[in-house]
Design a protein around this ligand. Structure first.
Ligand code: HEM
Length: 175
């Protein structure tokens, strides 16, 4: 949000439009820019970039023979950066998830920060609620700004984190 103040402003507008009451389902549903931004952040910097598995039997995949017992890894982080499914995948572009484009529908597993299949995250909706509740609480009174001109360099594994700490300033909003 510090790097993309235009999107931060959209979420602040959503937060300001919330009724002065505890955040309920309708309030959460109204935070649509927050939804788009969260989806895009999870695509670009997935907290779980690799999903390890072990082959339970011999199989062949794209010409490679995989023996039973071999460690393999699904890599949603790689698929979510593939130009086969995403327009300009390097670009932060939350609108790609909007109703007009729906790039996440280009393939069943194109957008898979929460995994897929039998073990798909059971906490995905809860996680989304938590992020929105946090954003609503924070952005009601503060805005986030970069504390440095240098671009933030992210380590992607084992989990994403900015390499030099989190160089941001929380500035009290002028209401
Ligand atoms: C942004 C936040 C989160 C991300 C990115 C995330 C990601 C994932 C991923 C990728 C998996 C699949 C792992 C696999 O296939 O081996 C998973 C599974 C799981 N997640 Fe999450 N998760 C998040 C939040 C949560 C929360 C808040 C909860 C609980 C309240 C939760 C509970 C679980 C559980 C129990 C599983 C295992 C499901 C199973 O094996 O059947 N997750 N999560």
């Amino acid at each position: 949000l510090a790097t993309h103040p235009d999107w931060q402003d959209k979420i602040i507008a959503e937060v300001d439009a919330l009724p002065d009451a505890p955040l309920d389902d309708a309030g959460l549903a109204s935070m649509q820019s927050a939804d788009l931004v969260l989806k895009e952040a999870l695509r670009l910097l997935p907290p779980v970039p690799l999903i390890p598995r072990r082959a339970v039997r011999d199989f062949e995949w794209q010409g490679h023979i995989i023996s039973a017992g071999t460690w393999v890894s699904a890599s949603p982080g790689t698929v979510m950066m593939s130009p086969e499914y995403w327009t300009e995948p390097e670009k932060f572009d939350p609108d790609r998830f909007g109703p007009d484009r729906q790039e996440d529908r280009s393939h069943k597993y194109a957008w898979a920060p929460f995994g897929g299949g039998a073990h798909k995250c059971i906490g995905l909706h809860f996680a989304t609620m938590q992020v929105k509740i946090f954003l609503a609480a924070l952005l009601k009174s503060h805005q986030i700004e970069l504390a440095t001109e240098a671009p933030i360099d992210w380590a992607r594994v084992p989990i994403p984190q900015p390499k030099g700490g989190l160089p941001v300033v929380l500035r009290k909003r002028v209401q």
